[in-house]
Design a protein around this ligand. Structure first.
Ligand SMILES: Nc1ncnc2c1ncn2[C@@H]1O[C@H](COP(=O)(O)OP(=O)(O)OP(=O)(O)O)[C@@H](O)[C@H]1O
Ligand SMILES: [Mg+2]
Length: 464
């Protein structure tokens, strides 16, 4: 995205998509919003709008309901599924309150009836933009986008509030969670949100450093300390001075090295290998582990004193399967990321594909989802990823494993998965009954030919 210019009052300009088939309404809305300093794009129907939404990122959509082709209701459905968090305001003709109420049920942010007072519309828009901003900051999107942590579930909100509370304190933090749940991301966020942000963030992978090199890696060495030490070299503690030292996979640390680490954490001072000078570094220590460290303590493989020294503030990251409501958001995030990186234009995931994603167990958590999305975007032929484009989640039917996973979903997601399956079966049958004739099948189903075609594409169904 190009950098945004600020409005005269210092607020950021917002990018708003106005969708209406009536030229006069488009003109009025455009003039009104432009006067308030926003950037306005126009679309004349739902299909145009969807293509604009897949090309650019908007903070708000203002749409008419009745339009030829893809109408406002369908556009709402698209936004709810693919762009959750994007507020949609519906403009509706006087006397169609029922449709407006239906729109609200489908996730519209608010509605306004034509003819409207400009100030009323302004107020609704201002409120919607504030909500959008709040939901964006709930995602804790780093302005550079580098360390965006995505997720809106309660468990993630707790994580954000902990990050905010402790980022600036010198206290040691222990981040735990299964592999791929975002521990490193959180460690970096702690650093970035602290007053140490401009000082170095130094990472030590405790599982990857050979035991005999550990001390010299962490504390450095003096020239001649051992064969091969032709110059002296600072260790990671020294390099991290003023910043953050991230001890990743701290549970992998052999027990005798744990003693050495504990000593520095307690005394704050250390010596380079082969050196006599006592050094001190001002470092904030953040550690991470995917093991249950308390169990390791009980088993005697992790020192109890070191555990308590590290675990002053615990941050636990939930596994992805426990927050599957976040999957649509994460999918949207990764689609945008890989579309731009791989120069592709994948717009979304079919309802059945999304159901399969939500039912999957994700043993590799977000890393697994990220890798899958990268592969799928790269290999995608169409604009939408169907189950066939999502390898490893079962092809067109969900696997037995996922069936049992579905049983554990919350009611809303459970119903969603089954609705999607029912819909697919019903469409398939209608097509069979009509010998593959799409027009007749759509009549039988009571939906438009066009929306049947969209659904068929989503479900990977052919008309022959
Ligand atoms: N909440 C999130 N939002 C967006 N991306 C995420 C999120 N959590 C993790 N990721 C991405 O998933 C990948 C794995 O995250 P990360 O490396 O932080 O996990 P980890 O817990 O350190 O895993 P491991 O235990 O295997 O080292 C990274 O590419 C990261 O950017
Ligand atoms: Mg990690």
């Amino acid at each position: 995205m190009p950098p945004r210019r600020a409005r005269p009052d210092g607020q950021l300009r917002k990018r708003i998509l106005v969708v209406d088939d009536e030229l006069s309404i488009r003109k009025v809305l455009q003039a009104l919003l432009a006067r308030d300093g926003h950037e306005v794009d126009l679309a004349t129907n739902g299909a145009d709008a969807i293509s604009a939404l897949s090309d650019h990122s908007y903070e708000l959509v203002v749409t008419d309901l009745r339009m030829p082709g893809v109408d406002g209701i369908e556009l709402l459905g698209y936004c709810a599924q693919h762009l959750p968090g994007l507020p949609v305001i519906v403009v509706t003709a006087h006397g169609t309150i029922d449709t407006a109420v239906e729109a609200l049920k489908l996730g519209a942010y608010d509605y306004i009836t034509k003819p409207f007072e400009q100030d009323d519309l302004r107020a609704i828009i201002a409120k919607a933009l504030r909500t959008e901003e709040a939901s964006r900051s709930a995602l804790h999107e780093d302005p550079s986008g580098r360390f965006a942590i995505i997720g809106k579930t309660q468990s993630m909100k707790q994580v954000y509030s902990l990050i905010e509370k402790v980022a600036d304190s010198p206290t040691t933090v222990l981040i735990s969670g299964e592999s791929g749940t975002g521990k490193e991301l959180v460690a970096r966020a702690l650093h970035d949100h602290s007053s140490r942000a401009s000082a170095p963030f130094i990472q030590v992978n405790c599982g990857a450093i050979p035991e005999n090199l550990f001390e010299s890696e962490l504390f450095g060495y003096e020239r001649g300390a051992f064969t091969g030490a032709v110059t002296s070299k600072p260790g990671r503690f020294e390099l991290a001075d003023g910043g953050t030292l991230f001890l990743d996979e701290v549970g992998e640390l052999p027990i005798d090295l744990q003693v050495k680490l504990l000593r520095v954490l307690q005394n704050g001072s250390y010596e380079r290998v082969g050196g006599v000078r006592s050094l001190t570094s001002d470092v904030r220590v953040v550690a991470a582990t995917n093991r249950d460290l308390l169990r390791e303590v009980k088993r005697g493989s992790f020192r109890e004193d070191l555990y308590y020294r590290l675990n002053v503030i615990p941050i636990r990251l939930p596994p992805l399967r426990d927050r599957s409501e976040d999957i649509p958001l994460l999918v949207q995030h990764f689609l945008a990321k890989f579309n731009s990186r791989l120069e592709k234009r994948v717009q979304g995931v079919s309802p059945e594909g999304m159901a399969a994603l939500m039912a999957h167990r994700w043993p590799g958590n977000i890393r697994e989802l990220e890798n899958l999305m990268e592969r799928s975007v790269l290999l995608a032929d169409g604009a939408t990823l169907g189950t066939r484009d999502l390898p490893g989640l079962g092809t067109s039917d969900l696997t037995e494993n996922e069936d049992s996973a579905i049983e554990e979903l919350g009611l809303k997601d459970y119903v969603r998965v089954y609705t999607v399956r029912l819909e697919r079966t019903r469409i398939q049958r209608a097509l069979e009954q009509e010998g593959g004739n799409v027009t007749r099948a759509s009549r039988r189903l009571g939906i438009s030919r066009k929306s049947l075609q969209t659904k068929m594409k989503d479900y990977g169904l052919r008309d022959t």
